[in-house]
Design a protein around this ligand. Sequence first.
Ligand SMILES: Cc1cc2nc3c(=O)[nH]c(=O)nc-3n(C[C@H](O)[C@H](O)[C@H](O)COP(=O)(O)OP(=O)(O)OC[C@H]3O[C@@H](n4cnc5c(N)ncnc54)[C@H](O)[C@@H]3O)c2cc1C
Length: 511
Amino acid sequence: MNEKQRIVIVGGGSTGWIAAAALGRQLRKDLYDVTLVESSEIGTIGVGEAVIPPFITFIRNLGLDEQQFIRETQASFKLGIEFRNWARRDHRYFHHFGTLGRKLDGHDFLQCWLKARAHGDTTDLMDYAPAAVMAKHNRFYLPFKFPQESPLTGAGYALHFDAALVAKVLRRHAESRGVARIDGRIESVEQAPDGRIAALHLQDGQRVEGDFFLDCSGFRALLIEGQLGSPYESWRDYLPCNRAVALQTVGHPDITPYTRSTARGAGWTWRIPLQHRTGNGYVFSSDHCSDDEAIATLLKAVDGEPLHDPRVIPFRTGMRHNLWRKNCVALGLAGGFLEPLESTAIHLVTRGVQFLLELFPHDVRGTADWSELATEYDKRMRLDYEEIRDFIILHYCTTQRDDTPFWQLCQSLPRPDSLQEKMAMFAERGEVRIGGDDLFKVPSWQAVFTGMGVIPRHYHPFVDMSDFEQLKLAMRGGRTVIEEEVLTLPSHADFLRDNCAAEPLPAVSSR
Ligand SMILES: Cc1cc2nc3c(=O)[nH]c(=O)nc-3n(C[C@H](O)[C@H](O)[C@H](O)COP(=O)(O)OP(=O)(O)OC[C@H]3O[C@@H](n4cnc5c(N)ncnc54)[C@H](O)[C@@H]3O)c2cc1C
């Protein structure tokens, strides 16, 4: 056989174009044909505009220029997430990206902070996290440009962006590397006698054959569910929200370098500031709030003029039992969904692409059995999904709020054993055990636990072996340096204007 191997991507949302850009970069054009089929008539989901730090690595690995990407996608920087009213009403905390203090005399920073706290210290743990301090003062500068000895090098950052513009940039990148695009609505799918997907039939009569298919068709899950019947595992018992209402508003000149998540009566609202507009939404439980009530809550919460009518988006929390079946891998919303509280969906797409490339079959033509590769792929993805699921549940189940039936329910939700163990260990001694490949590192767990008011009963006894006055001095010194250095930085808005001001758009997009 010497024909090229044919890979067909179904769907041109963020997922489809992320996959296309990565495959276009990775696969040799003389060996592989990559075709993406999307329907501009159906369109994309049009949300998903905040990401987490690994996305920066993803765009760099594609060979894209970061500043140009920011300009073209109307992006702003994101240093973390501000959580309002989650632990209790009128309370806020910050989940930052990057480091949180540094080891003192060999002790984990949190243990030193816990001892200081036990002795009356009232400093906020986030005063020791450079990204959180930058966010508090609305300042920004690229952390990798600080001198090596500066604590600000420890800040992590990600982006907020316009999802439609991201798809456009990635499409250009993919097409320039040979990915072909077909605009057409898939009406039916043809399967080979052994159950593999053989071809797509489009409304205009075209037949698109392929050897290997990526189902990036969003919640429709055309191939993985519609054709291959991979069951969906619901996690609604753990996470009760099942709908969102989304609304874009006119932008705010003082663009905050963080996402805001504000807990409401039956869920939470997001606020994502971009250069040209602000994205807003309310994620809620339909058992506790009607669509009309959710829309009214969101309209009251936003701080700018709406650019379109609010749009309701139902969703199912969970993941597909098999993401890889036969000659098809489901990515993005077709494969699973966790509510966007920690902006992790696009990350799961890039992980899916990464694992697929790592496990790519020797030859996708013919009828070889890849069940071992598929099993391994599913295993890796499940670990990621479950880790993120547990981290999101943590935000709900540690609330002290009981002022609405929704929050009362959250206090009594079942918890997976994996999370229960982490919670018990943290409550006792502030220990967090994570896997080597986990997305959320120890400082993230520490930030959310303590932010939600879970303060360990004890600090590690070995902290008592160090001179406490010296520890306190080092803590104060670290805090002061971070604060002083942050106050010399430009505001986020100034940094954007001077370094990556967005390119003018023909007109403000409104979906
Ligand atoms: C309320 C909400 C908020 C979110 N916020 C975030 C966030 O802050 N951060 C984050 O990382 N993620 C977020 N997400 C997830 C994010 O939106 C998705 O991961 C991302 O947009 C990718 O979607 P997708 O490409 O898988 O699906 P879609 O955007 O739905 O794309 C599906 C594609 O399949 C095509 N298609 C479907 N049927 C057919 C057919 N019959 N024929 C031809 N083509 C077809 C469509 O035309 C489209 O191109 C959020 C999701 C929701 C629901």
